[in-house]
Ligand binder design. Structure first.
Ligand SMILES: [Zn+2]
Length: 333
């Protein structure tokens, strides 16, 4: 009797063990399954949006985009390229014919989309150029939307027809001194200018400043003189309004001449500057055919001090300072 009871107990234990094993196996499977689900969701959220889980809100955007005139293909691309919020906040007011091409630019900013399209429609530029030029701010005429130049940038300050400095700007000046030509420059710029002139001299090239720093008030009288002679529109192509001249910053210098008729661009001095000025932190600031960006006709004599590093990058990229600043913005991100 006793033995039989023992046998019954053994059977019961075996049944309990099997049951427990089943429960543990079941729980393990469930846990692994849930983990996998979470993994999939985290890694590829787009799959969820495009899959069976399409919400009513997304469906509405799709219909809206089609109604605006986008093709099915466009809508698929838009869904792949833009977030739901971007579509909701920026793409439902009108159709942007060049939307996907604009988006290819590294400098694309969705908040400026309307400006890109307007600028593109009015000009004969590529989408990539339109984005760059709008980012520079060229879609409004020169001397409109004028802002204060960022003086915290030091020698990298941008002064042009959209950014100005006021009369109290401290240029931190130093006289260039004998053998270097006329005037004063910002201390750091002056040091580099002298180094450049000395280096050129060793190569048999004579460089000298014929105009360096100009005060706000002297720029004012120069500009007003030109306006009375040639009228404001013409004067604006070659002379800066007070506060808008790089000469007001003490960072710009006219070398050897300041006259187009001198054809400085055909001299060996010019050639030397093109090949070497960046090594001393200077760039040719108003290159040929870049008037629509810089606002100034070709000035082969006007050099701007930035610093060696930035001037070298600009030399290698072969771009204007305005373009460089948009490119650098992207790099900082
Ligand atoms: Zn100049």
């Amino acid at each position: 009797m006793k033995v039989k009871k023992k046998q019954d107990n053994t059977t019961l234990y075996i049944v309990i063990i099997i049951l427990l094993a089943c429960i543990i196996t079941y729980l393990t499977i469930i846990t692994i399954h849930e983990d996998k689900q979470v993994g999939v969701d985290n890694e590829t959220p787009i799959t969820v949006i495009e899959g069976k889980d399409t919400t009513k809100e997304e469906y509405i955007y799709k219909e809206d985009l089609l109604t605006l005139g986008y093709t099915n293909n466009d809508v698929m691309e838009i869904e792949k390229t833009f977030t739901k919020d971007e579509v909701k906040n920026n793409l439902l007011d009108k159709k942007y014919n060049n939307l996907l091409k604009f988006k290819e630019s590294k400098y694309f900013n969705i908040n400026n989309l309307n400006r890109y399209q307007n600028y593109f429609d009015k000009n004969k530029y590529t989408e990539e150029q339109a984005v760059m030029y709008v980012e520079i701010g060229l879609d409004v005429p020169f001397y409109t939307n004028i802002k204060s130049a960022d003086t915290s940038k030091g020698s990298l300050i941008l002064v042009n027809k959209y950014y100005s400095i006021n009369e109290s700007y401290d240029a931190n000046l130093e006289t260039l001194g004998d053998g270097y030509g006329k005037g004063k420059l910002n201390k750091e710029a002056a040091k580099h200018f002298r180094e450049m002139v000395d280096a050129a001299k060793k190569d048999g090239i004579k460089l000298r400043s014929i105009s360096a720093y100009r005060s706000y008030s002297s720029q004012k009288s120069i500009y007003n003189n030109y306006v009375s002679k040639d009228g404001r529109t013409k004067a604006d192509t070659y002379s800066a309004r007070p506060g808008h001249s790089e000469h007001n910053t003490g960072l710009a210098v006219d070398i050897n001449t300041a006259s187009s008729s001198a054809h400085f661009e055909k001299t060996k001095e010019y050639e030397w500057l093109i090949n070497n000025s960046y090594k001393y932190g200077f760039i040719l600031r108003y290159p040929e055919d870049k008037m629509f960006i810089t606002g100034y006709k070709y000035e082969p004599w006007h050099y701007r001090y930035l610093n060696v590093e930035v001037a070298t990058e600009i030399h290698e990229l072969n771009v204007t300072y305005e373009e460089y600043l948009v490119m650098a913005r992207e790099k900082e991100v």
